[in-house]
Design a protein around this ligand. Sequence first.
Ligand code: SF4
Length: 414
Amino acid sequence: MAQLDTREKLAILADAAKYDASCASSGTTKRDSRDGKGMGSSEGMGICHAYAPDGRCISLLKILLTNSCIFDCHYCINRKSSNVRRARFTAEEVVKLTLAFYKRNYIEGLFLSSGIIRSSNYTMEQLVEVARSLREDHDFRGYIHLKTIPDADPELVRQAGLHADRVSINVELPTEPGLKQLAPEKSAPQIEGAMRDMKGAIEDGRDAKRKYKSAPSFAPAGQSTQMIVGADAATDSDIVGKASTLYDRFGLRRVYYSAFSPIPDASAVLPLQRPPLMREHRLYQSDWLMRFYGFKPAEVQQAADPTGMLPLDIDPKLAWALKFREHFPVDVNRAGKEQLLRIPGLGTKAVDRIIRSRRFRRFTLDDVARLTVSIAKVRPFIVTADWRPTMLTDRADLRTMLAPKQKQLELFTG
Ligand code: SF4
């Protein structure tokens, strides 16, 4: 590996880390001021944003220890057979860099991952050493998110949890055939075994903390994972099913969905084009439906078309409501929270406000309109004090009426 200075290594290893979606801020245009014109850059690498357990948005130094890897996962730019420039930080260099950025107030924490160097255990030791040194040698109190390696020694993974706020183990692909095809050195049972151990250790840590105040914290921000979307033949229905299993079995805080992006020098088994970004967005919306709106995975899957794909032009909650019109209209002045949460266009905050306020007054259509960005989307599905949609939910062209006219990424409103 050529001798590189810290700046060059940072450029390579921060760029290589951008493919991990755990803190994604993609989709902006590229701008910079290196030609002396203007100020700032949207291409600067190394710092990304994530949400702390208390909901604050925090800045993290997001880097890899190295982009060299002895594995050959087809979808990964860092794979053994990839023709990219390689770099490697020592654990000490990452500690120094993190402290320097922290002292300058650029960051509030570190997100550290790595390609596999020599062996899984050796790599995990290096990752743990960074976190240990930051915490024990430098009393670092910022946020640390460590990627852990599923087949590393469980004791090393446990040590990662002692020093990190959040740990993550990437499931990578939603189905076992997909994993076999695209990441042949990885094994689904091994990944899930590591997640199970981590869940047990997190629960033990919480119990110990409840009993003894002095017990050390263990990954207080829990564990998360990432699934790559569109690199294999898995459908949205497969992905929703897998995510729900992961939440249920391993108590994950988050599943991140990362639309596969074609990489330079790509393997021939990969698709040539990335899936539409809207697909990733619809999967995040489905995830919200399961976590905050009381939808069962099978219900989200019912919103998919016969090929198992969610519609791209409308959100999955609206797709479900259009398919199961017999559940509507819902009377906003009488219905329970569970039914209110099913109404397309109404978010959880709007539902809470309806429930709080309707004890004192009856909601009209105008009242509901003040709680949503699109009353047109809500109107066919509700009854208010002054509105009842006569035959509206039966209209054959309701979908066309409600689908957004322009193709644009809408914000999730319910
Ligand atoms: S193990 Fe990780 S870094 Fe190595 S090729 Fe696979 S995905 Fe890339």
